[in-house]
Design a protein around this ligand. Structure first.
Ligand SMILES: Cc1ncc(COP(=O)(O)O)c(C=O)c1O
Length: 442
């Protein structure tokens, strides 16, 4: 028998104290492909790719080797008055994949920092344009953009914002696309907000191609075209937060391509290295970069010691090479309709599934008492489902599964992008077992 691990010295991220203290949280020790093994040797299917991260799958020795070779050659030098060959290689690999003229990349180490960088770049750009009052940011309700104070100010989730008030001034939130039937109409709330605040006060709009917070909200056709028109009209920069949607999650290198978005900036993180090393980044359209570099400031006045870290860059280059050579994006497009079908089958056989939303390899199952009778969970019941009932049921079913109570109880599914029919079938069978037992618990 393995001794139970001592969790008492670790303060975890966003994990309910009751669950953490229960001593039943898994301690994952090893991974391979779509599977994880805990410290005691129990096997689980990773239905969340870690945390929307591990596109290429766990346990890749080629990526580990590329990182180790880079560490031996030159483990560290910042992209600060100098840079390194591997950093340049990563920059060109990523900008080659990026849509349109987003051909300049600024590296950081997380999604929050990427969004922080976008907020600061927008301010500097408008100042360079002689419009220093355009500092405001419009984001959407229920969206998660990160935890640092700028990114948290953009985040539209009350329970994680309110404990930290006051946040930065100048941020406001408009309804997301849920509940609209028309893309142009859904985008109109952004135009109304720009006009309410005054276009001279608004510098950027930030949105995910498919919003994860609120449960994989796929925009209506025409939404992003209309956002582009609105932003052009009022001189506002359009930012696509692709921290989740980027690097294949929706079945294309960038989610912007899937939803017909033409952003001025893209923020990314997670999937760029498939989690083999922490990365974040900001992609910016070339003319905007030139404007800032040619301004009185003479540089982007922002930086990070770890930005463009050579070992991280080696992980990115190796991961993107493997994704290209092994046709990982094609794997997603080939299996996406099967995944969708299986999830709709689950909806058909389980009355507790209120809705199935998503695209590519990013889905949410909204949960409640009964779809047929239109009976939702109360807020209390959603919390009980998410924090007490579902976690042990998922582990019993051999799944690492994400459940979320923000905007109603939900199961989020985002498997590694190398998942094929076998793993997708296993996910649906496992979730089916979880749903049977969930229904019995209420
Ligand atoms: C859409 C989105 N933006 C930003 C972030 C913040 O990323 P990080 O946790 O790397 O700071 C996340 C994290 O999950 C995210 O989902």
């Amino acid at each position: 028998m393995t001794n139970p691990p001592d969790l008492s010295h670790l303060l975890p991220s966003f994990t309910g104290a009751k669950y953490w203290r229960s001593g039943t949280v898994p301690v994952f020790a090893r991974g391979e492909g779509c599977y994880l093994w805990d410290h005691a040797g129990n096997k689980y299917l990773d239905t969340l790719a870690g945390l929307f991260v591990v596109q290429i799958g766990h346990g890749r020795t080629d990526i580990a080797k590329a990182m180790s070779e880079q560490a031996e050659q030159l483990a560290f030098f910042p992209s600060w008055s100098a840079t390194t060959p591997i950093t340049l290689e990563a920059a060109s690999s990523i900008t080659d994949l990026a849509p349109g003229d987003l051909d300049s990349v600024f590296f950081v180490s997380s999604g929050s920092e990427a969004n922080e960088s976008a907020i600061k770049f927008a301010r500097q750009y408008h100042r360079a344009n002689g419009e220093p009052t355009k500092t405001g940011v419009i984001a959407r309700m229920d969206a998660y953009h990160g935890t640092s104070m700028g990114a948290l100010s953009a985040t539209g989730l009350k329970p994680i914002r309110d404990p930290f008030l006051p946040l930065l001034p100048g941020f406001s939130h408009v309804p997301n696309t849920l509940g609209f039937s028309d893309g142009v109409e859904a985008a109109r709330v952004v135009e109304e907000e720009i006009l309410r605040r005054g276009p001279e006060q608004v510098g950027m709009v930030i949105a995910e191609p498919v919003q994860n917070g609120g449960g994989s909200l796929v925009p209506q056709v025409g939404y992003w075209r209309e956002l582009r028109r609105i932003c052009d009209r009022y001189g506002v920069l359009l930012v696509a937060d692709e921290v989740i949607c980027g690097f294949g999650r929706l079945g294309a290198w960038f989610g912007s391509e899937v939803v017909d978005a033409e952003p001025d900036m893209i923020t990314f993180a997670k999937g760029a290295t498939s989690g083999y090393a922490p990365i974040g980044g900001l992609l910016v359209r070339r003319p905007l970069v030139e404007k800032v570099l040619d301004s009185a400031a003479g540089s982007f006045l922002h930086g990070a010691t770890w930005g463009g870290h050579p070992v991280v860059m080696a992980a990115a280059v190796s991961n993107l090479t493997a994704m290209r050579e092994e046709r990982v994006i094609e794997n997603v497009t080939r299996h996406a309709s099967l995944f969708e079908e299986r999830l709709h089958d689950l909806e058909g056989t389980h009355d507790a599934v209120m809705d199935v939303r998503g695209t590519g390899y990013l889905y949410a199952l909204a949960l409640g008492h009964s779809r047929e009778e239109g009976r939702e969970y109360s807020e209390e019941e959603a919390k009980r489902a998410v924090y007490e009932v579902l976690p042990p049921l998922a582990l019993e079913a051999g799944l690492h599964l994400r459940v979320d109570d923000r905007g109603g109880a939900k199961i989020m599914l985002s498997p590694p992008l190398v998942a094929t029919t076998t793993e997708l079938d296993e996910i649906t069978q496992g979730v089916s077992q979880v749903l049977d037992r969930l229904a019995a618990s209420f």
